[in-house]
Design a protein around this ligand. Structure first.
Ligand code: KG4
Ligand code: ZN
Length: 809
């Protein structure tokens, strides 16, 4: 049996399982026995990896397989711990597993990290009533009780998060076996609950993970050999709670003190943003209406109860019932509104979490707005939250006579599972229907995948090697692109999360990380699929790839880590190189999309939400930062000014839009460091000056002239940007000037640079609007150069929040 030969059915087939939900990296590899539905442990390892999971996990997997002489292509299935545990830890394992399973084209299944702990204890013959409590930070734990006997484990409850003290009090005197990494901090609390097991039994092991998988196989829940099951996109972490930002928002909204960030201007801002922007409900609305879906707040409860009266008759809830619902942590309520005109509430949906189930309480849409996909969209929002709160299935009751609703639910994957006789007040029966979460399998985590125009019309014909897949997840866009050896982008796709963050007035890191994990498989698959649009050949397949690249720095670490873990694991699975790309270098390379022939020396102005700098490109890959901001970035200043004006997020496009109608010299805002003689910037003073102006005008009882404020602010920014760029060009003698970053989409700024470059006799390159904001095409362009130079990253590659562009890599 030669390793080089393609697999035959008689070759051994392996299953790989791993988990990094705690401070431990656990890996197990097992031999699959299809007849017996059994998994024989081949090898396993557990190592302590404090906050180092991403550097350790793939190396451990690689070592384990090498020691056993197991080739990657003999892995028939991947299993990954879903937590609950450290959010970042779980995401590292999950993104790694998704990349690996996608590239190997094998099923991926998730198992509970807590079940893996229990199985490991069971196989060590410690039988009895067990409590596993994992650390949930903030003095909280994830407790689950099990009964362990010779036959196996029985779980007694669903995942939840509770105060450590409460969990302990609930178990006092129960004489339990106690395990779980919560004991590291809270052992004292749990001593009175029974016997604390030895530390080696507190965390998942490779063996425990494989036993969990075997149990699931024997119960018919998974099948390692069935490639129609185990879609890697659908495996998601167990969080059991929303992000802090969402939790706080719910509390605020339930108290009727909502800060209304969403003004009527929001719709305008969306249409002005560079590139297409998805509405929050993705593909749900084909009728061109602008509808916004937001968490239900106390201020709209009376509207809800009026609609209830109309739609629900004798089963209608009153206002106080809804008000009771809102502050509860196990409840989820979303509402749909018109964003134009009357801003009226047109529908709502809500549910509660009970023992791993989302129980739908209400789904209602105004009669004249039905059949437009609003109910489906509302349900998918409820479902997203429910998944984060630990639900895996969804359950609802529907009137036996309401066949229309039953058809709708069947289309979403619900099945009838029972009847509640005479359930309604008029004695009509209710059908019980159940379905799996997520409900929204038709989209990518509630986002629409956008295809960049520039790749749609490329020349037909075959692709030249190398073929490189590039992934970008540094902030709030999940993006992927494929480039070929000629430097042509064969596909360039993106899913923007902006609508999930806009309510919060900026990007919420925890939400960004969650959305990347949900979206990454779908975005990458769509990207590969899209390559067939630029050629007459089949789409690029995983096996066709020569390398995989991911943005590894700078950005939100929790977001970057998803792209790095996914890309690195996929490259490992295919045994091809992995390339790490600096995001800022990507913004520089984006100019090659507009002008493939630009050559150093080049001065580049990078202006985004996170960066403001002038860079000298000495040669491709060698950079000198001529000067950067001492405080806020330009995009940040636009965002903060927009927030102060109540114009929503992101601020850049909406400020630019108002500025068109205002006078650029109406208000004399400061031009900080204009004459500092160096190339550094400072923007916090300008922002403060604008805010002070706004407050003064309001205090004086004046009507604020928003267009004038916007235009004068924008002009102050542009004056400094242009003056410093001019100095940089004169000092360096460079004859090429380029732009990068989201603010480079600003038309006034672009025009000002045109004038300046004309005067200096310098060639100006402006990246297309879609390449100014974050995208994967620019990452692919860098990756191609790195590939040619054979600059590859190893299995310990990780994500970093900050890395200087000057540092060679
Ligand atoms: O590069 P980018 O998409 O993300 C970061 O890496 O930060 O840049 C986003 C920033 C936001 O601050 C946004 O307000 C700003 O770019 N922006 C603009 C414009 N379009 C986006 N700023 C000024 N004028 C615009 N037209
Ligand atoms: Zn960027």
């Amino acid at each position: 049996m030669g390793n080089e030969n393609p697999m035959s059915t008689s070759d051994p087939q392996y299953i790989l399982a791993f988990d990094t939900a705690n401070e431990v990296v656990a890996v197990g590899v097992g031999l699959l026995d299809e007849q017996a539905r059994g998994i024989e442990l081949v090898a396993s390892c557990e190592i302590e990896a404090r906050r180092q999971s991403n550097t350790q996990l793939l190396s451990q997997i690689n070592n384990l397989l090498e020691q056993q002489n197991i080739i990657r292509s003999s892995l028939a299935c991947v299993v990954c711990g879903r937590g609950p545990g450290s959010f970042t830890g779980v995401r590292i394992a999950m993104a790694t597993a998704k990349g690996m399973a996608n590239a190997l084209e094998v099923p991926l299944y998730g198992v509970s990290s807590l079940d893996a702990v229990a199985w490991n204890i069971q196989v060590n013959k410690r039988y009895g009533h067990l409590l596993v409590a994992a650390d949930a930070m903030r003095q909280e734990v994830y407790p689950v009780e099990f009964i362990l006997d010779e036959a196996g484990i029985t779980r007694l409850g669903a995942d939840s998060v509770v105060k450590a003290e409460e969990a302990a009090v609930a178990c006092v005197g129960k004489n339990l076996l106690v395990a779980g990494d919560a004991l590291v901090k809270h052992e004292e609390l749990f001593i009175s609950c029974g016997t604390v097991l030895e530390r080696s039994l507190w965390t998942p092991t490779g063996r425990g993970l494989l036993l969990s998988a075997q149990a699931a196989w024997q119960q018919g829940k998974i099948d390692p050999f069935d490639t129609t099951l185990g879609n890697p996109a659908l495996v998601l972490p167990v969080y059991t709670r929303l992000s802090d930002a969402e939790e706080n928002e719910r509390i605020r909204l339930s108290k009727n003190e909502s800060k209304n960030l969403q003004t009527g201007v929001q719709g305008m801002c969306r249409s002005q943003a560079p590139g297409p922007r998805a509405v929050p409900v993705g593909t749900a609305f084909h009728n061109g209406q602008d509808i916004s879906i937001r968490p239900l707040d106390a201020a709209h409860v009376s509207e809800v109860s009026q609609l209830e009266d109309v739609l629900m008759g004798t089963d209608a809830w009153n206002e106080s019932l809804f008000l009771d619902e809102l502050p509860r942590k196990d409840r989820i309520w979303w509402a749909a509104f018109h964003t134009e005109g009357d801003q009226a509430l047109i529908g709502y949906a809500g549910g509660m979490i009970v023992d791993g189930y989302l129980q739908i309480l209400k789904v209602a849409v105004r009669e004249d707005e039905q059949h437009k996909g609003i109910a489906r969209a509302l349900l998918s929002f409820v479902a997203y939250d429910a998944r984060d709160l630990g639900a895996q299935n969804v359950l609802l009751e529907v009137r036996a006579s309401n066949t229309q609703a039953q058809v709708f639910y069947r289309a979403l994957g619900f099945k009838k599972t029972g009847i509640r006789p005479q359930y309604y007040s008029d004695k009509e029966d209710a059908l019980i229907m159940e379905g799996p979460l997520p409900l929204a399998q038709h989209d990518v985590a509630g986002m629409e995948v956008q295809l960049h125009e520039d790749t749609k019309t490329s020349q037909a014909g075959s692709f030249e090697n190398p073929l490189i897949l590039a992934i970008e997840t540094s902030c709030d866009e999940t993006a992927a692109a494929v480039i070929d050896g000629t430097g042509a982008l064969r596909a360039d796709v993106l899913a923007s999360q902006i609508d999930f963050h806009a309510r919060f007035g900026g990007v919420v890191p925890e939400i960004a990380s969650r959305k990347h994990v949900e979206a990454i498989c779908g975005v990458v698959e769509e990207c590969l699929e899209a390559t067939s649009r630029t050629s007459d050949r089949k789409p690029v397949a995983w096996q066709d790839l020569s390398a995989i690249a991911s943005t590894y720095t700078p950005g939100l670490v929790g977001a970057l880590v998803v792209g790095v873990a996914f890309g690195k694991a996929a490259a490992w699975a295919l045994d091809i190189p992995f390339i790490g790309v600096n995001h800022l270098e990507g913004h520089i390379y984006a100019n090659k999309i507009a002008a493939p022939d630009i050559e150093p020396p080049i001065v580049v102005s990078l202006v985004s939400g996170g960066h403001t700098m002038l860079v000298l490109v000495k040669e491709w890959g060698r950079y000198e930062i001529l000067g950067e901001t001492l405080d806020d970035a330009v995009g940040e200043a636009f965002d903060k000014v927009a927030k102060a004006l109540g114009l929503g997020y992101p601020g850049g496009p909406v400020i630019a839009r108002y500025a068109e109608k205002g006078r650029a010299h109406a208000i004399d805002f400061p031009r900080a460091m204009l004459h500092s003689g160096d190339l550094r910037f400072s923007l916090s003073g300008l922002k403060t000056a604008v805010v002070t102006h706004i407050n003064k005008e309001r205090e004086a009882g004046h009507q604020l002239n928003i267009p004038d404020v916007a235009a004068s602010f924008q002009q102050a920014v542009i004056d400094v940007q242009v003056a410093k760029a001019r100095t940089a060009l004169q000092q360096t003698g460079a004859k090429e000037f380029c732009l990068g970053g989201g603010v480079a989409a600003n038309q006034e700024l672009r025009q000002a640079y045109e004038v300046m470059c004309d005067q200096l006799g310098v060639r100006l390159t402006l990246p297309p609007m879609s390449a100014c904001t974050d995208n994967a095409g620019m990452i692919a362009l860098v990756a191609l150069d790195r590939y040619d130079q054979e600059k590859f990253f190893d299995l310990t590659a990780d994500a970093y929040a900050h890395t200087s562009l000057e540092k060679p890599y």
